[in-house]
Ligand binder design. Structure first.
Ligand code: NAG
Ligand code: NAG
Ligand code: NAG
Ligand code: NAG
Ligand code: NAG
Length: 415
């Protein structure tokens, strides 16, 4: 009797569980069908592109390596190029606006194809052993040896984040002039000593900075595609690399939580092209007819996830080259429909010089306009004071206030 009842009850319970399962299954399939329909287009594109980005297989690296050697970069690689082409129509509307027709873009691309810049100095094996967490790409003119030395001693010192994989690379073109060969041989000696220089054979000038940035993107995509993050910056910057690595990027997160298609820095939103011919930032209406630039990040220092290097480089193959490097990267991002994200707070990235205090400098990432000697001085001050950098700040404020009050009292008393 008891056995029977229990048996029948378990039977009923079993049936109920079964029904519940069927119901849940039906619900899930219905839901995913609906969701699938709604986001179908978006999903299929982002999904394939993500898959491609994560696949840093040897074959892909080989293709890119061949590209670095051959004068004509291989164009089609799986579906990445078709994705770019798909988005080009939309990207064009967003960024280049009316006058830059597709045929013009194709022309620009063919120009790029026939003028590849060969590596004169390269560090092909920099990432062979281990994928670095952060690669610093530092734009610098060949003759600025002192600045390179200051950076090696300060924010570019690889022992700042030895365990996590931190790579420093200086980006160089070549210099024209009488002393060229002498300079070149000293650069080669420097490269032998530090192994932190890459150089291509374009003339190193302000107007060629975009080429320099693209060299960096190409290098990451070709020789270091597994880098988690990349920062592109300049030689006259103060970079708090420790804060950048530990606080903004955080190497202790598991790889799955690392950011993808991430781009941040000092955001320049809604800027119009400068039409004053005497300005350093002049942009001719012929080159860029549109009234506004897409959102871009100041070239003084921007940070992005490693997956973007290849995407930006490939997007650049079909975007007419503009000399304003940061605007240009913004155009590539617009074409890829990737929006730069604001940093967690507005004080982190500065494209001007922030007045020095160890408290302020222990909580920022970039500050602009430093001579090599200043860099060394402030860096060492920050290193010795960073652990107690902000302790005395409120006290100092109090002191100033008390002094002011005393002065006021004194003035009243005297009056
Ligand atoms: C990566 O690419 C290789 C060859 O292109 C392929 O065999 C492999 O399945 C791909 N892996 C993933 C995860 O897509
Ligand atoms: C980098 O930092 C380490 C440790 O602080 C120091 O020993 C080394 O000399 C520094 N490297 C340079 C080039 O200054
Ligand atoms: C940029 O580099 C190329 C290649 O060396 C050179 O032909 C061109 O004149 C340079 N442009 C400027 C503005 O320096
Ligand atoms: C594009 O710009 C050129 C001058 O650079 C001009 O002659 C032409 O009419 C413009 N085309 C359109 C569609 O605005
Ligand atoms: C090489 C490769 O994977 N090509 C595929 C790209 O995507 C289209 C559909 O969009 C497929 O048909 C191709 O096979």
């Amino acid at each position: 009797m008891q056995w029977k009842r229990r048996h029948c009850c378990t039977n009923i319970a079993g049936i109920l569980v079964l029904l519940l399962c069927v119901g849940v299954l039906l619900f899930i399939s219905e839901y995913s069908l609906l969701a699938g329909k709604k986001d179908h287009q978006v999903n299929s594109v982002t999904h394939t592109s993500q898959k491609l980005e994560r696949n840093h297989s040897m074959t892909k690296q080989k293709i890119l390596r061949q590209e670095a050697m051959s004068p004509f970069p291989a164009r089609s690689e799986g579906n990445l190029s078709s994705i770019l082409e798909d988005s080009s129509q939309q990207g064009l509307k967003n960024s280049l606006a009316s006058n830059a027709s597709l045929s013009e873009e194709v022309r620009a691309e063919s120009i790029l194809k026939v003028e590849p810049y060969k590596y004169i100095i390269n560090e092909e094996d920099k990432c062979q052993e281990k994928d670095p967490f952060l690669v610093l790409l530092i734009a610098i003119e060949p003759q600025h040896v002192q600045a390179r030395d200051a950076i090696r001693q300060t924010w570019g010192n690889e022992s700042i984040a030895e365990g996590v994989g931190f790579v420093r690379l200086f980006l160089l073109g070549i210099r024209e002039g009488l002393t060229t060969s002498q300079l070149q041989s000293s650069i080669e000696a420097e490269s032998q000593q530090y192994h932190d220089i890459i150089q291509q054979n374009y003339i190193d000038s302000y107007y060629n900075l975009t080429i320099k940035t693209l060299m960096g993107m190409h290098w990451i995509a070709t020789y270091c595609p597994g880098a988690s993050y990349v920062m592109k910056t300049d030689s006259d910057m103060f970079i708090n690399t420790e804060y950048l690595i530990q606080k903004l990027l955080n190497p202790s997160l598991p790889p799955r939580q690392e950011k993808r298609k991430y781009f941040t820095g000092y955001l320049m939103r809604g800027y119009s092209p400068n039409r004053n011919k005497h300005s350093k930032w002049y942009m001719s209406p012929e080159l860029y007819p549109s009234k506004r630039y897409p959102t871009f990040c100041s070239g003084t220092g921007y940070v992005f996830s490693g997956d973007l290097a290849e995407l930006i480089y490939r997007a650049s193959l079909s975007i007419r080259r503009l000399h304003l490097e940061d605007v240009y990267v913004g155009l590539c991002l617009a074409k890829l429909r990737i929006e730069p994200v604001p940093p967690p707070n507005e004080f982190l990235f500065n494209h001007w010089r922030v007045s020095y205090s160890s408290c302020k400098y222990s909580h920022l990432i970039t500050s602009h306009g430093f001579l090599p000697t200043e860099l060394i001085k402030y860096w060492h001050h920050l290193q010795t004071n960073k652990h107690s950098a902000c302790i005395n700040v409120p006290k100092e404020k109090d002191k100033v206030r008390r002094l002011r009050q005393r002065k006021l009292l004194w003035k009243r008393f005297m009056a």
